[in-house]
Design a protein around this ligand. Structure first.
Ligand code: ZN
Ligand code: ZN
Length: 344
C-alpha cells in the first residue's frame, strides 16, 4: 500500500473539473487537468528505461506545454483538516532514488577464494557510502541520505552472486545532487572491485520543487477564501520530502499546496506512507474548492465560490490563458493515457 492519499487527490480534481466545467462559458481561459501516475514510482520507465518518474514522463511528453501557470496539491497529515500550508519558495528537495546491483560469482562456503561475494560488496557499500556522502555534502545545506532495501543471496550456505541496494538521497542544489551521485558511484565501484565483482548503478534523479512568489500569493488568496485567512500558513522552511511536480514548474511558474487531513479526535494522525495512514474525507470538498477557486483567481475572476463550486463571475478576454492543475494516481499507464485535457 502506498498510503499517500492519491485517491483523495483524484476525487478533488475530478470534483473541481466537474464544477468548473459547469461554468465553462464564463471562464476566461482554459484549465487543463492532469491525472499523473507514478509520483514516486521506482520501476523502469516505459519511456526511456530509467527509473520511473510520472512527472518527468508527462512533462517530456507535452502535458505541461503551453500552460501559463501550474498548481498541485497534496494531502498533509501534519495539518488539521481546515488548514492549508504553502512553502514561500523552496518547497521540497530533489529526491533522487538509486539502485546498485552488485554482481559476483556464486560458490561453496568451503571455497570462498573461488567465488566473489556480492553480499559482502553490498554490505561494505552500505556502511562506507554514509561516510562518502557526509564528506561530499556542504554542511550549510540540508542533505538526507538513507538506504531502504538490501537484498542478496538465496541460502545461508551459498555465496551470493547478486546483491541489490536501494535508497534515496535528498538535497536542494543541482551541484550537490550531481556530486552525491558521483561519490556513490565511485564508492560502489570501489567496493565491487575490492571483492572481485562489478556493479551497475541505476538512478532516478530528482528535481527540487521551488514555488513561484506570485503563484504563492495567488494560492494563499484562494486558500483564504476557502479555508479562512487564519488557516493559511506560509512556510519558510522547506521539506526534505520529494515531489515530481517540480518538472511542471520547469515549464511554468506555479505552486504546490499542502492540504490538512488530520483529525486528532478520530485518531487520523498517521504520516504519509504509514500502514495506518488515513485521511479526513471532509478535506476532499475543500481541496476541490481550492482548485476551482485558484483557477478563478488566476483568470482574474470574481467572488462567491465558497458555497458551491462554480458560482463566480469571470470577465471574458480575447486571449485565453491556460492554467494546469495536477494530481496523482497510483496506477501507471503510458504517457497521455492519463492526461485528461479538458477545455472548460
Ligand atoms: Zn507517497
Ligand atoms: Zn504522494
Amino acid at each position: 500500500m502506498h498510503a499517500c492519499g492519491h485517491d483523495a487527490h483524484t476525487a478533488m480534481l475530478l470534483a473541481a473539473a466537474y464544477g468548473l466545467s459547469r461554468e465553462r462559458e464564463r471562464l476566461a481561459g482554459t484549465v487543463r487537468f492532469v491525472f499523473q501516475p507514478a509520483e514516486e514510482g521506482a520501476a523502469p520507465s516505459p519511456v526511456d528505461g530509467e527509473l520511473r518518474s510520472g512527472g518527468r514522463d508527462l512533462v517530456e511528453s507535452g502535458a505541461a506545454d503551453g500552460i501559463d501557470a501550474a498548481f498541485a496539491l497534496h494531502v498533509w497529515p501534519g495539518l488539521e483538516t481546515g488548514g492549508l500550508a504553502i512553502h514561500r519558495r523552496e518547497a521540497m528537495a530533489a529526491s533522487s532514488h538509486f539502485r546498485f546491483t552488485f554482481r559476483g560469482r556464486s560458490g561453496h562456503h568451503g571455497a570462498p577464494h573461488l567465488a566473489a561475494d556480492a553480499l559482502l560488496m553490498a554490505a561494505h557499500f552500505a556502511v562506507e557510502a554514509n561516510s562518502a556522502v557526509a564528506v561530499a555534502s556542504d554542511p550549510l545545506e540540508p542533505v538526507s541520505f538513507a538506504f531502504g532495501k538490501l537484498q542478496a543471496g538465496t541460502a545461508g550456505n551459498v555465496i551470493a552472486d547478486t546483491a541489490e541496494v536501494l535508497g534515496t538521497y535528498r538535497a536542494f542544489s543541482d551541484a550537490t545532487v550531481k556530486r552525491i551521485r558521483f561519490v556513490l558511484e565511485r564508492c560502489a565501484s570501489a567496493c565491487a572491485d575490492r571483492f572481485g565483482g562489478t556493479v551497475e548503478p541505476s538512478f532516478r534523479m530528482g528535481k527540487a520543487l521551488i514555488n513561484d512568489a506570485a503563484a504563492v500569493e495567488l494560492a494563499a488568496g484562494a486558500g483564504a477564501d476557502v479555508f479562512g485567512a487564519d488557516q493559511v500558513h506560509v512556510l519558510d522552511q522547506p521539506s526534505l520530502a520529494g515531489e515530481d511536480f517540480a518538472y511542471y514548474l520547469d515549464k511554468a511558474p506555479g505552486a504546490m499546496l499542502l492540504i490538512g487531513v488530520r483529525d486528532e479526535a478520530r485518531g487520523i494522525v498517521h504520516p504519509l506512507h504509514h500502514p495506518s495512514f488515513d485521511l479526513d474525507e471532509r478535506a476532499i470538498a475543500l481541496g476541490a474548492k481550492l482548485h476551482a477557486r485558484a483557477a478563478v483567481a488566476f483568470f482574474g475572476a470574481g467572488l462567491g465560490i465558497k458555497e458551491h463550486i462554480g458560482f463566480y463571475v469571470v470577465k471574458p478576454t480575447q486571449e485565453r490563458p491556460c492554467v494546469g492543475f495536477f494530481c496523482y494516481i497510483d496506477r501507471y499507464c503510458p504517457p497521455h493515457r492519463n492526461v485528461c485535457v479538458s477545455a472548460v
